[in-house]
Structures are given as C-alpha cells and as structure tokens.
Design a protein around this ligand. Structure first.
Ligand code: UTP
Length: 227
C-alpha cells in the first residue's frame, strides 16, 4: 500500500527524546520492509508553540509566526530522517511535488509544513490526495475523533467509524466551540472528504498502533469515504 503517516510533533518528540524518535523510525522501517510505500508528515508540537509564543511577544506577524512553526516542523522531520534505516530522502521535502518525487524514486519521503496559513494536518491530506495514497494515518496525541473536545466536554464520545462527510460536520462543530481542539483540522477533513481518502485517526504516543492500523486493526477512529 501507499501510505501517508502524519505524526504530530508532540507525538514524535515531546521532549526531544531520541528513544521516542527511534520508536517511530522503527515502525516506519518495518512498514517499508513489509513492502509499503511510505511518506510521513511531521508536526511542530509543543516546541513549535513555544517558539511561536516568543516570536508573538516580539511582535512577529501571523505570517511570520507560521513560518517559525514551519521551521520547527522541518527540524522535527530531520530527527526522523536521521533515525530511519530505510532509504529516506536526506532533506525534508519542502513541497508536495518534492515528496511525490521521493516516493517515485522508491524513497521514504519525510516533510514538515509547506506554506503559512494551514497546519501539517492539511499538508498530510494534500499529500495523500496528490500521491493517491491508499491510506492516511494521523498519529495524534488523542485516541481518535470525539463528538466534542474531551478536554472541554465530559460527555464527549469517541467514534469508531465515521463517513468523511460526518467527519467534516463533527470537526466544524468542534472548531466552532471557543477554545476547543479538534484532532484533525477542518481543511484536512474537507480534503479527506473530496478525495475519498481512507483515513485512520489514532493515539500515536504508542507507535505500534500505526503498524496495527495498517494491518487493519483499528484502535482509533476509521474514516471511510461516503457512498
Ligand atoms: P502543526 O501542524 O504542528 O500545527 O504546525 P498544530 O496543529 O498547531 O500542532 P498540533 O497538531 O496541535 O501538535 C505547527 C505550526 O506551524 C505552522 C502553523 O502555525 C502551525 O500551527 N504551519 C505548519 C504552517 O503555517 N504551514 C504548514 O504547512 C504547517
């Protein structure tokens, strides 16, 4: 299968611990050894937020704050590239085109953000769409998609399975609630919907779950294309 794995920065390297990066690299190497084509998109996590907060205090524009975030996602991408044993393109791809070219050469593509104005959730969905991936996996810090933000609403329930249009509705309502955090952002959900991407949202703090999802054992939320 051709698979795009989106790994949140707070999942890959919350405290910049080498061992956690290694664990994720081992899972990616295992998927490659099983014959899968893999592209990964790495987020910025808490480290990006800290850089952004400091730059905001210093008066940076929103555009420049996004650029700071993108730089951190690419630093995190470099950590994963360093830890991979499989043949990975040695520099983080800065565009979707570059990531697709890596895949076509038979390499693991690793990228962070691309341009200001969105997050790596959307970058991952765009890459899966462009590369015609069979599966898109979001390794996040939450167990899946909930009916509301579980940190704000204790009645929130986790979905095992959703259609893509249901995902768009759920994410829209979560993003409308002030201060709530959705596991995948709305732009990503809309791309998943329009391209009918088979998607899994799972807790990636245990990296083995990524391999399990590829093997069809969904411990998270599965998003299926609409009929
Ligand atoms: P993330 O994708 O990690 O954002 O990119 P996030 O959703 O805030 O992080 P999580 O999922 O909660 O851990 C970090 C920041 O980098 C900028 C945005 O400012 C984003 O918040 N960014 C990232 C871009 O502007 N463009 C991109 O393509 C990617």
């Amino acid at each position: 299968m051709r698979i795009v794995v989106s790994i949140g920065g707070s999942v890959l390297a919350p405290d910049l611990e080498a061992a956690r990066v290694e664990q994720h690299a081992d899972i990616i190497d295992g998927l490659v050894a099983d014959g899968h084509e893999i592209a990964t998109v790495i987020g910025g996590g808490e480290i990006a937020r800290r850089y952004i907060d400091t730059a905001r205090e210093l008066g940076a524009t929103e555009y420049d704050l996004d650029s700071v975030g993108i730089d951190v996602t690419r630093l995190n991408a470099r950590l994963l590239i360093t830890a991979l044993d499989s043949s990975a393109t040695p520099e983080p791809a800065e565009t979707h085109e570059a990531a697709r070219a890596s895949l076509r050469r038979g390499e693991v593509a690793v990228m962070g953000g691309t341009v200001p104005g969105h997050t790596t959730d959307a970058v991952s969905a765009m890459l899966a769409e462009m590369a015609e991936a069979d599966l898109l996996v979001y390794a996040t810090s939450v167990p899946g998609v909930f009916s509301a933000d579980p940190n704000k609403d204790e009645t929130a329930e986790q979905f095992d399975r959703l259609t893509a249009s249901e995902l768009v509705d759920v994410i829209s309502s979560i993003e409308t609630a002030a201060g709530s955090n959705a596991p995948v952002d709305l732009l990503a959900a809309k791309i998943i919907e329009r391209s009918g991407l088979r998607t899994v949202v799972l807790d990636g703090t245990e990296p083995q779950r990524i391999a399990d999802a590829v093997a069809g054992e969904f411990d998270g939320t599965e998003v299926v294309p609409d009929e």
